[in-house]
Design a protein around this ligand. Sequence first.
Ligand SMILES: [Fe+2]
Length: 225
Amino acid sequence: MVVRRVGRRPAVPTDEQIRELHERFAPTPEAFDLVYTHCRIVCAVAEQLLDGRRSAYDVDLVRAGSLLHDIGVYRLYDTHGRLDHRNYVRHGLLGHDLLRELGFPEALCRFCSRHTGVGLTREDVLRQRLPLPAADYVAETGEEQLVMYADKFHSKTTPPKFVTAAAYTADVRRFGEDKADRFTAMVAHYGEPDLTRLADQHQHPPAADGVSPLGAGSPRPPGPD
Ligand SMILES: [Fe+2]
């Protein structure tokens, strides 16, 4: 794959190259539609959140990271096109490994493994007995944090839907008050995106405040999405 390299920044694939990757790894048209549409929505949310602060971010990296962050979900489908919900929390690490195998730079691979919930710590992995190697999977760069945050506003549930900040806060509280506090701090920092136009465009219903999204950013995860 030919990728653009600008100065010292990581090589960033084009939107078209990323779409081709989704088409290549999606096991079914339905999986492609679910995952790629979600990634495009997360990208649109991230770009909205970038308004007014673009100079502080590598905008192309945010875009590529948004479009690639869930590519590991495809590795959780079996040969019958069924998703392994029980191991859903592994999708980030699977995506990281997939991109690494393709030769992508670490800065891009990390968008996959660092977007789950509001960050998975080694303690979370051990305490919740998650099917992951015990390690920290936490967004560190500004770009990683922005993509992780944008991901929380859309869920690949059946049917897919948009998620308000209040609904996500209520949901993530299941995993600890510290998780809710972390998300609340991100809302204060980034603001809440206007999801109205995106909901109209994609015909996905917005979640009402107070209604648990149950897996914002993922289809029914066993742990934080
Ligand atoms: Fe996602």
